[in-house]
Design a protein around this ligand. Structure first.
Ligand code: G
Ligand code: MN
Length: 352
């Protein structure tokens, strides 16, 4: 069985595409009908609030872009759109029906779908060092996607666009696979930290089996893998987060909570979730050696971590002063440009 949300990306646009659009009210239906008529589109009514429109491929972009400007955001979000190659939508098209805004965002983000198909992405790796010895303890895998010219695209943008386009499940899975495959190919011998957005799955044991079996098939040791839960403030509920933690634990993986101390990532998550590792957000790290309020917050994160048997990693360290302050305060591991930037992992580096 496939998970429709993360393992398959459906085609929306065909050589000749029929758009089946269901509007949220009679009023928005009339507005769209009038606009189509006055802009040379031959739409047809197929039920009281439904409009059907067939376009050749070359006219699709102009139509979707105009549609985006014409219908207000809320109307678009409450509309439903599905496309076919002409026939009325059948039972198998049900799972392809999208909210209007997700449909438009998916179309605008089709470069992400193309890049996944063309495998125009890779995983880069950033070292995490032990605060006391300075030895490399682990690498964090960071996903990098390339555009058609080969330029690396800002990774934050890629994930944001993917989420708006209903592609987060697919992208997060692709990134996790790239992380383990790259590490296995390079013969990485340190621990491997892999980012994971809890909003990208419904059910841990079902949705995470692809990643877990890739790790096993590639011969990586589960005890060397740590999953970093990111964007935990967006997670549906604590029970969902706890389910994910339990799945990873039962499979022998380590678990870290990312971005502790940033915005919403409350300290309460630490003793409620009891991860193996707490990653202290880089906003707190920046200039910490001369910022008393950041020092107070980080001191209390470190104290809670120590009391609960949780190891700490300070992220985003850029200077010797920041590194020194964190080491003295008792952070276990350090990460940031000061120690090494994310970069493709060559076999040579992995072996050192
Ligand atoms: O959300 P997460 O903490 O996983 O984000 C890591 C991101 O931060 C990566 O994209 C990485 O390139 C970036 N990064 C890593 N180290 C540093 C650093 O020292 N300074 C800054 N500004 N960014 C960093
Ligand atoms: Mn991270």
């Amino acid at each position: 069985m496939d998970c429709p949300d993360c393992e398959r990306i459906d085609d929306q646009i065909f050589p000749k595409t029929t758009f089946w659009m269901s509007l949220p009210s009679k009023d928005s239906f009339s507005k769209l009908a009038v606009w189509l008529g006055s802009n040379g589109y031959e739409g047809e009514q197929f039920n009281s609030q439904g409009i059907r429109l067939t376009l050749s491929e070359s006219r699709v972009e102009a139509f979707i872009t105009a549609l985006y400007g014409e219908i207000n955001g809320q109307e678009l979000a409450q509309s439903r759109i599905v496309t076919t190659e002409g026939a009325p939508p059948g039972p198998t098209d049900l799972r392809r029906v999208m909210m209007g805004d997700v449909f438009v965002n998916r179309f605008m983000a089709r470069w992400i779908v193309d890049a996944i198909r063309d495998q125009s992405y890779e995983s880069w790796y950033q070292p995490i060092v032990a605060a006391d010895s300075g030895e490399v303890y682990a690498h964090e895998a960071l996903f990098r996607m390339r555009d058609k010219t080969g330029q690396v695209i800002n990774p934050g943008q890629v994930f944001k666009r993917a989420e708006q386009a209903g592609l987060l499940f697919t992208l997060d899975l692709t990134a996790r696979k790239a992380a383990v495959e790259g590490a296995a190919r390079a013969g990485l011998e340190t621990k491997l930290f892999i980012n994971f957005n809890p909003s990208s799955i419904y059910d841990p044991s079902y949705c995470l089996r692809t990643t877990a079996s890739a790790i096993e098939e590639l011969g990586l040791k589960p005890e060397n893998i740590v999953f970093e839960l990111t964007e935990t403030h967006q997670a549906r509920d604590k029970a969902h987060l706890k389910g994910i933690l339990a799945f990873y634990r039962a499979s022998g993986f380590g678990v870290a909570l990312d971005d502790i101390g940033s915005g919403y990532s409350g300290l309460s998550l630490l003793h409620e979730m009891k991860p193996d590792i707490a990653k202290i957000d880089m906003d707190l790290v920046r200039g910490i050696h001369r910022d008393a309020s950041k020092q107070t917050i980080v001191d209390s994160i470190l104290r809670i971590a120590q009391k609960n048997g949780i190891c700490s990693v300070a992220e985003g360290i850029e200077t010797a002063e920041e590194a020194e302050w964190l080491k003295t305060a008792g952070a276990d591991y350090l990460q940031g440009y000061y120690f090494g930037k994310p970069q493709p992992l060559s076999v040579a580096e992995a072996a050192e």
